[in-house]
Design a protein around this ligand. Structure first.
Ligand SMILES: C=CC1=C(C)c2cc3[nH]c(cc4nc(cc5[nH]c(cc1n2)c(C)c5CCC(=O)O)C(CCC(=O)O)=C4C)c(C)c3C=C
Ligand code: FE2
Ligand code: FE2
Length: 363
């Protein structure tokens, strides 16, 4: 080993800590071949589709990967930007901002953005953090609500990488932050700000990504965490129960998913004479195909087509200051105990000494 790879605190600095922000992933281009590659990786993950492998291989390769890529590519084309897929653009921006926020607070960290499926992969970004000298890594999935289908799958990807690495960094994982006060505050501010500019709706619909109903009975906490986020957010906004509703979107396949479903609810609201609906998606921290196409385009059509008069989609947290501050605070809480600052908190040591004395310690 060269001396250059030794911990930097030999030279008076604490070790470099990596922070890996990880989101779901996205295709490299809005084309059928790129979608086929992305969906093949995504939908082959046994965390995502939990049916016998032999049967799923037949369905996936025999039907889904023949039909879905072209259809999904057309949807992606409708939201693609000059800089690329919105999910990737926002995630990269969040990583850059978080680097600045943590740096400002005196932390010696390197923040990287990874995609669970597609590029840049979790393995490539962990290799890059290690090559940069990180001896500790905090893995922060960009899913506030824990689900085996998403959060646990990120942890699997880190485990797959770890299996082929000799000298591992120390690893920590953030499981969830669905009720973190700064996350809830950031959401509340996003929505109340929107209402200051555009007026208020008759109903606020909070749409979360769905998962199969079966995962709930198998013990996945996702459904409960979505409900807790929604309840805390509605409380924070001062809404009465009849002013908001929670729904689940993006059903995939024929099995029942978490209910109520988003689109049928929008249709029901339109038919029942509700004039204005605003939709926010608190489980998505970055705008992506699920929010920009499925909600802001398809959801709008469904509501207006059913007789609704006014539909507003409230954007995700994206690069909002309060959200990046929440990510920074959350990282700091999980980095606690790992020296990541140049200056130790001498005041805290003194306070501990006083406490020890008060408890009867003799020195
Ligand atoms: C926010 C949390 C998410 C959960 C939980 C989740 C579960 C889940 N998703 C699928 C199938 C698909 N999801 C797709 C896109 C997609 N999903 C999430 C997040 C969660 N998924 C995001 C952020 C995105 C957007 C990606 C982007 O590029 O913008 C897609 C691909 C799009 C399409 O072809 O419709 C599929 C397919 C399952 C099966 C599942 C749980 C079992
Ligand atoms: Fe999904
Ligand atoms: Fe979808």
């Amino acid at each position: 080993m060269s001396f250059a790879q030794e911990p930097a605190y030999r030279h008076g600095q604490p070790p470099l800590t990596g922070v890996l922000l990880c989101n779901l992933g996205t295709p490299d281009a809005p084309t059928a071949p790129a979608l086929r590659r992305y969906l093949a990786q995504f939908l082959s993950d046994p965390r995502v589709v939990e049916i016998p492998r032999w049967l799923w291989k037949i369905i996936l390769h025999g039907i889904i990967l023949r039909v879905r890529p072209a259809k999904s590519a057309a949807k992606y084309a409708s939201i693609w930007t000059a800089e690329g897929s919105p999910l990737r653009v926002w995630t990269d921006k969040q990583a850059k901002l978080l680097q600045g926020y943590l740096g400002e607070r005196g932390h010696r960290v390197k923040v990287a953005a990874a995609m669970r499926y597609g590029q840049p992969s979790v393995a490539a970004q962990l290799d890059a953090l290690k090559a940069a000298g990180a001896t500790r890594v905090l893995v922060l999935p960009l899913y506030p609500q824990y689900s085996g289908t998403t959060t646990a799958s990120v942890i699997d990807a880190v485990g797959d990488w770890a299996r082929r690495v000799r000298t591992l960094p120390e690893l920590r994982f953030v499981n969830h932050y669905h009720d973190h006060p700064m996350y809830i505050d950031a959401l509340a501010r996003r929505i109340s700000q929107y209402w200051m500019d555009h007026g208020r709706p008759d109903r606020l619909l909070l749409s979360f990504h769905g998962v199969p109903q079966r995962t709930l009975t198998l013990g996945d906490p996702y459904h409960c965490e979505c409900h807790k986020t929604a309840r805390l957010l509605a409380d924070r906004l001062g809404l009465r129960p009849d002013q908001w509703v929670i729904t689940f979107q993006s059903r995939f396949g024929k099995a029942p998913w978490l209910q109520p479903y988003t689109e049928p609810t929008l249709i029901e609201l339109g038919r029942s004479g509700v004039e204005r609906v605003d939709v926010a998606c608190p489980g998505f921290v970055s705008d992506c195909i699920e929010t920009l196409e499925e909600i802001a385009m398809e959801g709008r059509q469904a509501f207006l087509g059913a007789g609704g008069k006014d539909f507003h989609y409230i954007p995700c947290l994206n690069d909002q200051h309060e959200w990046i501050a929440a990510l920074s605070a959350l990282s700091e809480q999980h980095l606690a105990g790992w020296p990541t600052r140049e200056t130790p908190d001498v005041g805290a040591l003194e306070r501990q000494r006083e406490r020890a004395r008060a408890l009867g310690a003799t020195n």
